[in-house]
Structures are given as structure tokens and as C-alpha cells.
Design a protein around this ligand. Structure first.
Ligand SMILES: CC(C)(COP(=O)(O)OP(=O)(O)OC[C@H]1O[C@@H](n2cnc3c(N)ncnc32)[C@H](O)[C@@H]1OP(=O)(O)O)[C@@H](O)C(=O)NCCC(=O)NCCS
Length: 399
């Protein structure tokens, strides 16, 4: 994986007009009432169970931490007031049987819930990659992997949730147990697990609860050996948003042949600030890294390759390129780069406005992109072009 807008290759969680907060918009009032009743019954069940889990301190009575409905990632469950624990032997850990269990799987809120049905239909997910930890019919934790359509192994772990109303040590412990079980059943033996991705609000560190939700999941992943790899900005442009006028310094053309883009991609890796690219360069040649990025990602987009643009000077020398695409969810700026010898001239602005213009011509409702928090020149270019930072993404990896 390299400098691509990897978050936007993944299923994306927000539609136009939605906020980062999960509000379960499809639920009717009746359904919410029924759901609350069911939860209350199960809370009684939980409270009778006495926590033992794996952690000695949890044998003491502890209070459930109430979910804060104002925070993204929490649900509508009422705070649990009883002291309560979960006996691990009472947990069932298994994948969903199929599409018919999506309702159960979506008992825990997350912004990707609304895409899961279509992902199953499109072959981007498989039931056997969607694991649950259940207490009766109450979902306490879940994990799910995603792939490109028809992929035979998971390409990313993009769902990991626990019931945030459980006491802290228990929810982490249940998450760890589920993730370990699911990983050993789902991933090829001896392989490095695919990257973890969590979509989060831009200000996730500011609220104690939103921060806790992210940090609990990170704690679960760390217990299985994962480490924080990079934090990324998620960006969106809407039609009509003004951006910088093209400077007129560059002309644009499509790549001359199938090998031109991989060759330019090799050259732009020099001096890149992108964490995935730098990681690749520590392990392989620039040529190999660019080829892999091209073949594993860019060449696979089914959107027309005649959207791709190479920027050239009046003397026809290439300056950089932009790859507008559609990833099955959104129009995206899949990749954009300026050759090292041309950096520092704001050519990125010309490339970004050309790539955005190509997509806008398709009458798309929005254009998505992402870049590393640390790729400051790129983040600034998106801001100048009128892209709004509507979220962030955490990537964690196992080495
Ligand atoms: C990100 C990138 C497209 C910026 O292109 P650019 O046209 O040079 O951008 P700007 O001219 O706006 O640069 C602004 C400043 O950042 C500096 N800068 C740009 N790229 C830099 C880099 N890779 N490393 C260090 N500084 C960089 C410029 O020199 C300039 O500095 P100055 O203000 O002191 O003159 C270019 O660095 C690049 O191709 N990087 C590799 C690919 C990449 O990361 N793509 C984005 C993937 S999401």
C-alpha cells in the first residue's frame, strides 16, 4: 500500500448530509421502544450473571459505565445501573450465518453498518469474516473484515466494536477474546494480519467518551500485537465549492501508455511524506512499491482510465499526475503527486483542481480523499482546494 487515499478505497461511512454521529436513522420509534425493552431484559440477565471474566479484579462488583448518546459510536441503550459481570463460558463466539443475521450484527452502532448488506451482495464481505461475541441474543462484541469484490482473503479489518455499556476491563477482555478467536479462524495461518482501519470524528480526542471509545478498541488491538501506524485526514469536496483558479502553467493529458503511470509513480516516491509509502520503501525498491500500488489498487478501479491525467510543462516534460477514480462507494482522488524536482511550486493545486474537475464533470455528489496527518503539503493543498476535513482514520498494523 502506498500513498493512495487508502481510507477511501475502503467502504465509506457517511452519505451526504449525514454527520459522523451514528443516529440509527432507519429505526422507527416503535423499533426503538422494542429494542429498549429487549435490552432491559438482557441487562437483567447480565446483572444476574456475576462477572468473572479473565481479570481477577472484575470479580468485585463494578458499575456499568453508561453510554453517552451524544458521542459518535455510542448507541441508544440506557445506562446500566446494576453491578454486573459476564461469565466467559456464557459467551458464544461465531460468525454470522448470513445476510439474515445482519440485524443482530448491527446491534452495535458504527458508521459502516448501513453498507454491510451491499458489501455482502457485492462480494466485498463474507459471512464467515463477520464475527460476533453473543450473550444469548445480545451482541457484546463484533469484528469484520473487508476485501475488494471477490477477494479470497481479507484486505482490512474495518469493524471492531464492543458494547460500550460494559465495564471497561470486561469490554476490552471480551473484545480481545473475540478478535483472537476470529483472527485464528479467518486469516491464513502464518500471515501478517491485514491493516486495521477505524473511522472516527475529526475531534475524537476532545471528548472523554469519544476518546475512550477509540482507545478501548486500540487497547484490544494492542493486546493482539497491533500498533498504531498512522492517523489520516478524511476529506470531502462538494460541487459548487470554489477552489483556486488553474494557473495555466500546466497542460494535462492522459497517460501515453500503460507503463507511463507506474514509471512516474516510482519517481514520486522519492522524498514522499506518506507513511504507507515510506513503510514500503523500507522493505522493497521504489519500482516494486510503485508496481504493487499500481496493480493492487489503481489498475483495479473499474472507473474509466481516461479520467487519469499527467500534467506537463509547455516543453512537454511531465510534472506530476492525478488519478481520479470511483471506488464503488464514492468518487475519489485515488492518488496525486508531483515529481521531486518540481515540488514547492504549488503545482499540486493545478493537479488537484484538474482531478476534481474531471470528477465533477461526471455529476458526482461529492469527491472523497484522504491523506496522512503528517503529509502537511498535501493536507494544505486539499484545504486550499475547498476540501473539508470531515473525519479521521486510524490505521494499526501487525508487523
Ligand atoms: C504532496 C505533494 C503532491 C506536494 O506537491 P507540491 O506541488 O510540491 O506542493 P507545494 O508546492 O504546495 O508545497 C508546499 C511546501 O511543502 C514543501 N513540500 C512539498 N512536498 C514535500 C515533501 N515531499 N517533503 C518535504 N517538503 C515538501 C514544498 O517544498 C513547499 O515548501 P515551501 O512552502 O517552503 O516552498 C508532493 O510532495 C508529492 O508528490 N509527494 C509524494 C506523493 C504524495 O504524498 N501524494 C499525496 C498522497 S495522499
Amino acid at each position: 500500500m502506498s500513498a493512495s487515499t487508502s481510507a477511501d478505497v475502503l467502504p465509506d461511512e457517511l452519505g451526504v448530509g449525514q454527520t459522523e454521529r451514528v443516529t440509527a436513522p432507519t429505526r422507527s420509534g416503535t423499533q426503538v421502544t422494542e429494542s429498549r425493552q429487549r435490552v432491559a431484559n438482557q441487562d437483567q440477565m447480565l446483572s444476574k450473571l456475576m462477572i468473572k471474566l479473565m481479570i481477577p479484579t472484575t470479580t468485585a462488583l463494578v458499575s456499568f459505565q453508561g453510554a453517552d448518546p451524544s458521542d459518535p459510536g455510542t448507541d441508544e441503550r440506557p445506562p446500566l445501573e446494576h453491578a454486573s459481570t459476564v461469565e466467559p463460558n456464557n459467551l458464544t463466539m461465531r460468525p454470522i450465518t448470513g445476510r439474515e443475521e445482519l440485524g443482530l450484527f448491527c446491534q452495535l452502532p458504527y458508521t459502516l453498518n448501513e453498507e454491510l448488506a451491499d458489501d455482502l451482495d457485492q462480494g466485498r464481505r463474507r459471512p464467515e469474516w463477520m464475527w460476533m461475541a453473543l450473550l444469548g441474543d445480545r451482541l457484546l462484541a463484533r469484528a469484520a473484515w473487508w476485501s475488494r469484490p471477490g477477494g479470497d482473503t481479507p484486505a482490512s479489518l474495518d469493524v471492531l466494536d464492543v458494547d460500550d455499556s460494559l465495564p471497561v476491563p470486561d469490554r476490552v477482555e471480551i473484545g480481545v477474546r473475540l478478535l483472537r478467536t476470529a483472527m485464528s479462524a479467518t486469516l491464513p495461518g502464518g500471515s501478517t494480519p491485514p491493516e486495521y482501519s477505524r473511522l472516527i470524528p475529526p475531534d475524537w480526542r476532545d471528548g472523554a467518551s469519544s476518546r475512550g471509545i477509540v482507545e478501548d478498541r486500540m487497547a484490544i488491538l494492542e493486546r493482539t500485537g497491533a500498533r498504531l501506524f498512522v492517523e489520516r485526514l478524511r476529506l470531502e469536496w462538494r460541487p459548487g465549492t470554489p477552489g483556486p483558479e488553474p494557473s495555466g502553467r500546466l497542460a494535462f493529458r492522459t497517460p501515453r501508455n500503460p507503463s507511463e503511470l507506474p514509471a512516474l509513480m516510482t519517481r514520486v516516491l522519492d522524498g514522499t511524506l506518506d507513511a504507507h509509502s515510506r513503510h514500503d520503501l523500507d522493505r522493497m525498491s521504489a519500482d516494486a512499491a510503485a508496481t504493487r500500488h499500481y496493480e493492487d489498487e489503481l489498475a483495479r478501479y473499474t472507473s474509466p482510465k481516461d479520467w487519469w491525467r499527467v500534467a506537463v510543462l509547455p516543453n512537454a516534460a511531465p510534472v506530476g499526475f492525478v488519478v481520479p477514480a470511483h471506488n464503488g462507494y464514492h468518487a475519489i482522488i485515488a492518488y496525486i503527486a508531483v515529481l521531486p524536482e518540481h515540488r514547492g511550486n504549488r503545482y499540486v493545486d493545478d493537479l488537484l483542481s484538474e482531478g476534481t474537475r474531471v470528477l465533477a464533470q461526471q455529476n458526482v455528489p461529492r469527491v472523497r480523499a484522504s491523506t496522512d496527518l503528517g503529509n502537511v503539503p498535501m493536507a494544505n493543498a486539499f484545504q486550499r482546494a475547498g476540501y473539508l476535513n470531515f473525519g479521521r482514520e486510524i490505521n494499526m498494523t501487525w508487523s
